[in-house]
Design a protein around this ligand. Sequence first.
Ligand SMILES: NC(=O)c1ccc[n+]([C@@H]2O[C@H](COP(=O)([O-])OP(=O)(O)OC[C@H]3O[C@@H](n4cnc5c(N)ncnc54)[C@H](OP(=O)(O)O)[C@@H]3O)[C@@H](O)[C@H]2O)c1
Length: 251
Amino acid sequence: MKHRITILGNGNMAFAIATGLSLVYDLEIVGRNIDKLDSFEKKLGIKIKKTLYDDFNGCDKDIVLCVKPANLKDIQYFFSAKINTLYSVLAGTKIEQLKQYIDAKHYIRTMPNLAANVQKSMTTLTGDLICKDNAINIFSAIGYTLWVDSEKELDIATALAGSGPAFLALIAEALTDGAVKQGLKRTDAMTLMRGLFLGFGSIIQDIHPALLKDAVMSPGGTTAAGYAQLEKNGARDAFISAVQAAYKKTQ
Ligand SMILES: NC(=O)c1ccc[n+]([C@@H]2O[C@H](COP(=O)([O-])OP(=O)(O)OC[C@H]3O[C@@H](n4cnc5c(N)ncnc54)[C@H](OP(=O)(O)O)[C@@H]3O)[C@@H](O)[C@H]2O)c1
């Protein structure tokens, strides 16, 4: 029999996580609207246990919390018994805060990213060491995992890998706009950008970014001309500052 995981919430992240977990685990989804739970099940394409908050009993369950941080105070009343392990995906919500609202034997904080939708999330995890292996197993169902030793590191990871898809989306859009500005058709520019990201995603796995850049940049060539403009316009500092601002926001 498959182990059951309960997911609280039926939004975007809940769906992305459920998609990956459904391949390995039996799922219970808890929400506040039965129509939304029905369409969640239909979209997922497999049978799940659907539970409304009023009928929810968390006793001894492993629960993945996928609501917004501000919803903690509303859902706390539905936890009448101690749960087993709480896996929280809530950005910027410390384990100490989770403890104030939900009574669990163990607490894990996780930070998946948007690529969970395609089972390629880069998920950071931290929390009770005793649950480390279980946590890694569960979140491996939605992609890659990295266990870190502190909540501070998880918050920094949030700024890099959690917000990262939005930062890279800005680069993707800007490069495409640059090509359109020079006269390339928008559809062709989009095709090139997508192919670029696909190939880059593979290459960067095995090479340091600085070496990759050196390999592309010929003396006095086109890449060197473009690269100089990025440095002149502070692109490097802009991204370092973006990670700093995102990390500060998690605090
Ligand atoms: N999206 C990302 O890329 C991402 C990445 C990492 C972490 N996260 C974290 O994932 C969590 C969920 O984000 P999301 O993008 O999935 O948001 P979302 O799509 O807006 O889903 C929010 C969920 O919270 C429920 N909810 C809202 N108000 C509620 C209340 N008062 N009581 C109980 N449930 C309530 C919603 O239920 P209804 O459908 O009934 O409104 C919905 O199931 C957030 O804490 C976020 O920090 C998101």
